[in-house]
Design a protein around this ligand. Structure first.
Ligand code: HEC
Length: 171
């Protein structure tokens, strides 16, 4: 009688820890396309940095707080922004040209107040003229890695001049 009860408790505990393991394995940031809301096919790859892996698990960009606090470190993101010619449409300091400003309080999509939302538009493009930049989303290995996009977002956040709340710092 008692043995049966102990066995049941043991079984229940084993189930709980199994469920825990399963949910751990599923802990990932569910990225969606800005174009149509479908899942963006971006996974962790061997060459990903620890920062890229952290983002793909948690949706949090480790560079944002670091770069906002350290303008010197943020230059790594600015360099990428120039290298990939984002400057051609958004201007040298991302203040806008043919493409919109990325440093004011006006966002093309409200989700851009989060690093996840901004990542989705840069990585997968939009229907309003923003190209697709992530290698995996575009199916083109010549294009950008998760880490490069995160560094650019960190720099863009450090350039923000719009005032008001900065929700990207609250995560
Ligand atoms: C060919 C021109 C062009 C290039 C090159 C380009 N963009 Fe864009 N970008 C746009 C346009 C147009 C939009 C507005 C899209 C929309 O409203 O759907 C946009 C929107 C954005 C937004 C959202 C801005 C906001 O205020 O909400 C971000 C962030 C962004 N681009 C980052 C980048 C980055 C990073 C690069 C380089 C890897 C890049 N863009 C290259 C044209 C461009």
């Amino acid at each position: 009688m008692l043995g049966n009860k102990v066995a049941k408790i043991a079984l229940a505990m084993a189930l709980v820890s199994l469920l825990g393991l399963a949910s751990q394995a599923n802990a990932e940031c569910k990225l969606v396309s800005t174009k149509d809301g479908s899942p963006l096919p971006i996974k962790v790859v061997d060459t990903d940095t620890p920062e890229a892996k952290e983002f793909l698990e948690t949706c949090k960009n480790p560079y944002t707080k670091r770069y906002v606090a350290d303008a010197e470190a943020a230059k790594a993101g600015k360099k990428k922004f120039g290298f990939w010619s984002c400057t051609q449409c958004h201007g040298g300091n991302a203040g806008g040209q043919t493409g919109p400003s990325i440093t004011d309080a006006t966002w093309q999509y409200s989700k851009h107040i989060t690093d996840k939302g901004m990542f989705e538009t840069i990585a997968g493009g939009s229907n309003g003229g923003m190209p697709t930049w992530h290698a995996q989303a575009a199916g083109n290995p010549e294009l950008l890695s998760t880490d490069e996009i995160l560094k650019m977002i960190g720099w863009l956040r450090s350039m923000y001049a719009g005032g008001g709340d900065k929700p990207w710092l609250n995560d």
